[in-house]
Design a protein around this ligand. Structure first.
Ligand code: ADP
Length: 800
């Protein structure tokens, strides 16, 4: 500020009269040195301003305390105001503008009169000055904040910042800044009333910070809004331009080609009315969307699904039983029982197409022909074939789909299968129904029940489609490895057809008639080029596979064909004959080479038979003994029931030690270890009881078990042998492994009826009811004491 001006101001301050009229204002506060226009409408006040202009031009501007209280006359004003000089007076349509320059803060001591306007006795107020580092620092930050606010605010000219830098006194600086900002009136009044300049600056900094925050927030919001508008406006303009360009070029297509093509597909596609309505609506929605938006893709995919599904497309059935029989025979060796049942099923369908029979369920180990039977059925009646696996499906949504609101949602497996089938009446195979899981995500089996129920499945609703699909024409077939885990309500709807697995001879036949010809042609070879010797095939079956089904056998045959195909491609000519020797050349060392006789030649090892979901297997039980203290160690992933069987076997032997000629104190000085090797397959169930006892007895008597003998059965503490389950599978497994004799519970003898005659002839069966008999057959042991007579209260056990 110029030196002279300051002087003039000071003079005016000193010249202030004691009594001045008051101009009450609603929401402005005027600060010393600041020039401010005030709108005056009140007639009396205008008169007062006129009079003031005639005289010394001085008055006091004071803010009305409560701006709402308009009826209060005269209005009550704050006790601190500003004395000012009227500089100018301009009349406008809305009122008169009075321009006032502040001179000094004043306190209104007393209102002397109120009519026609207020006149008061006043005293001028002086600032309480401060200097020093702190004040300087405060001023610097005030400038900084002020600059930021000015920068952010579009209404404030940037020159203000420079102007403020010219004010080098803290008090006036605060006054200047506060009066330029559009702050709340009470804040301004607060600053006006603060005479201590340090306090005033402090308060100002606080207000500035608040203001800055507000500004920033406002700016953020504005930017967001602006961005939104910009983008959609841009797109709108671009689209309009595109239209104009297209028109100009004569491509007067309103719709993009993609929409066009969907529209054409929709017109051609046969759809139920309800579906068509939904599709058309969706297409309309789609045509209004920007192809860039994620929404567009979702909607587009949904339309694709609707268009790809065979809502009304069916294939024509050709149910000719003779033909069907031919087809089944063409692909499958033997299996007469199953084939006949299938033919009956088809016959019923032919005679009464409306009749919804039970659903066929093929149960059996892998590779026994379940899938290929399904395929053959489809071929026989001229339907499409699809297959989905339910193994590990735990979530209802996998069957029924996810709602479209999820990112990446898809229809469930049923609808996916139908899309693949391209007809609404395929043979639809649901694999591994026994492996359906259930957890918190909902029960997939209940969704499956709905799918399979003819009363409900004409209106199957998928969460993704949100449209009803008619599944009633679909021919469902299910498969499972095991019957037990299938949920009971599902099982009730199904007719079970069992496929137990094949004997070695059957495998040989199937390999010769089906697998080898197929593999030869699949590898691009001619039938005349390749021949497998019988002995070679037997070697593959015995030493390279160990399964109830045919999967690995087919794979090994395939591997040999592949090797031959390569040789042919490399130029080798002539006929390839696969002998036993060649097998090893092509397939490497045998995978299952152990010689059973050799393995069981040591005392302490017995062969058991186990039932597994893949068909049944043989199981070696090994017992050994070492110096120690009476403990029984069990290893090989044994379940609790199996562990208990081992304990029971040990107790039996201890109680009969004398009769069997075993050292009665054997357990006192030794630790006994029973191990059931072969794999990480958890083993459980009581049916290894007989085997464990035999292995222990063999160990303790130092006699080895008869070679090629296997056994199964549960034992009680008293040595009674109880029946067990899965005999059929176990016997088949035994025959595959080259077992010649089997000890089994007497009560299981009836199960042998189901075993193919050929095997029954190959294997010698020993039905037993007591452990003594087992030990006699297996180890040639004779109980010294007369046998206790078999007890009559034998309890019959169900499956183990
Ligand atoms: P699964 O579905 O039970 O696991 P697959 O149907 O896949 O078994 O059968 C495995 C292979 O064995 C297929 O190539 C199949 O054609 C063949 N196969 C199974 N059973 C027979 C049979 N009885 N006659 C001929 N080939 C068979």
């Amino acid at each position: 500020m110029e030196h002279e001006e300051v002087k003039e101001m000071e003079e005016k301050e000193q010249k202030l009269p004691e009594v001045l009229p008051i101009l009450p204002v609603r929401d402005s506060v005027i600060f010393p040195r600041m020039v401010i226009p005030l709108m005056v409408r009140d007639k009396e006040h205008l008169k007062m301003v006129d009079q003031v202009l005639q005289a010394d031009r001085l008055l006091v501007v004071a803010m009305i305390k409560d701006p709402e209280a308009t009826d209060k006359q005269p209005p009550e004003v704050h006790r601190v105001g500003t004395a000012g000089v009227v500089l100018k007076l301009t009349k406008t349509e809305e009122g008169t503008i009075v321009v006032v320059q502040g001179v000094s803060r004043v306190r209104i001591e007393e209102i002397l009169s109120t009519e026609p306007y207020q006149v008061a006795r006043i005293t001028p107020l002086q600032d309480v000055e401060h200097t020093g580092k702190e004040i300087e620092a405060m001023m610097t930050s005030t400038w900084g904040l002020f600059k930021e606010i000015v920068d952010l605010s579009p209404h404030l000219p940037s020159e203000l910042v420079q102007l403020s830098r010219n004010v080098d006194q803290p008090g006036p600086l605060a006054d200047m800044i506060i009066s330029t900002l559009n702050m709340e009136r009470n804040k301004k009044q607060e600053i006006l009333e603060l005479l201590d300049v340090k306090e005033r600056l402090k308060k100002l900094i606080l207000f500035l910070n608040e203001e800055l925050e507000l500004q920033k927030m406002g700016k953020r919001i504005q930017e967001q809004v602006k961005k939104g508008i910009d983008k959609s406006q841009r797109e709108y303009y671009l689209r309009e331009q595109l239209k104009a360009i297209q028109k100009e070029l004569g491509i007067d297509k309103e719709e993009p080609p993609e929409i066009q093509s969907i529209k054409e597909r929709l017109e051609k596609k046969a759809l139920p009315d309800a579906v068509r309505q939904v599709a058309e609506k969706e297409l309309e929605r789609l045509s209004k969307m920007s192809p860039m938006s994620p929404e567009y893709t979702v909607s587009r995919t949904y339309l694709d699904w609707i268009l790809d599904l065979p809502w009304l497309e069916s294939t024509e059935d050709t149910i000719d039983i003779q033909h069907a029989k031919k087809v089944l025979d063409k692909h499958h060796y033997n299996l007469e029982k199953v084939k006949n049942r299938i033919l009956e099923y088809l016959a019923v369908r032919k005679l009464n197409p409306e009749h919804k029979g039970p659903i066929l369920c093929f149960v059996g180990p892998p590779g026994t022909g379940k899938t290929s039977l399904g395929r053959a059925i489809a071929e026989a009646i001229g339907r499409k074939f699809v297959r989905i696996s339910l193994g590990g499906v735990r979530d209802e949504a996998e069957i029924r789909g996810h709602r479209r609101t999820y990112v990446g949602a898809l229809p469930g497996r049923i609808i996916q299968g139908l899309k693949k089938a391209k007809s609404n009446n395929p043979v639809f195979m649901l694999d591994e129904v026994d492996k359906l899981g259930m957890d918190f995500r909902g029960d997939p089996s209940s969704a499956l029940l709905e799918v399979l129920d003819p009363e409900q499945n004409y209106s199957f609703s998928d969460h993704y489609l949100e449209l009803e699909f008619d599944l009633s024409k679909v021919m469902f077939i299910t498969t499972a490895n095991q019957l037990d885990p299938i949920p009971a309500p599902l099982r009730d709807r199904m007719e079970i057809l069992e496929l137990v697995g094949y004997t070695e001879d059957e495998k040989l036949q199937i390999a010769t008639k089906f697998l080898i010809p197929r593999q030869i042609s699949e590898h691009g070879l001619k039938r005349s080029q390749v021949a497998f010797r019988k002995a070679a095939l037997r070697k593959i079956i015995r030493e390279y596979t160990r399964e109830a089904g045919l999967r690995n056998l087919e794979r090994e045959i395939g591997a040999i064909c592949r090797a031959i195909a390569r040789e042919v491609a490399e130029g080798k000519k002539g006929r390839f004959v696969v002998t036993e020797k060649e097998v090893e050349q092509y397939l490497g060392k045998p995978k299952y080479t152990y010689d059973m006789a050799e393995r069981t030649s040591v005392p302490g090892i017995a062969v058991g038979l186990a039932w597994t979901p893949t068909g049944g297997d043989i199981l070696f039980v090994e017992a050994t003994m070492m110096p120690g203290e009476k403990s029984l160690v069990l290893t090989g992933q044994l379940g609790d029931v199996m562990k208990e069987s081992a304990q029971a076997a040990l107790s039996y032997l201890r109680s009969r030690a004398h009769e069997l000629g075993i050292d009665p104190d054997f357990y006192k000085k030794n630790d006994i270890h029973i191990h059931v090797p072969a794999g990480a397959i958890p083993k459980d169930g009581p049916s290894a009881g007989v085997t464990m006892l035999t292995a222990l007895a063999s160990l303790l008597t130092r006699k080895s078990v008869k070679p090629r003998l296997a056994m199964t059965g549960e034992v009680t503490l008293r040595g009674i042998v109880l029946p067990v389950g899965g005999i059929k599978e176990k016997v088949l497994a035994a025959s595959r492994s080259g077992i010649k004799e089997i000890i089994l519970p007497k009560d299981n003898q009836k199960d042998l009826d189901e075993i193919p005659e050929k095997i029954r002839k190959q294997i010698k069966f020993h039905p037993v009811s007591r452990m003594e008999e087992v030990l006699e057959i297996a180890l040639g042991l004779n109980h010294k004491k007369a046998r206790t007579k078999p007890s009559s209260n034998k309890k019959k056990r169900s499956k183990s």
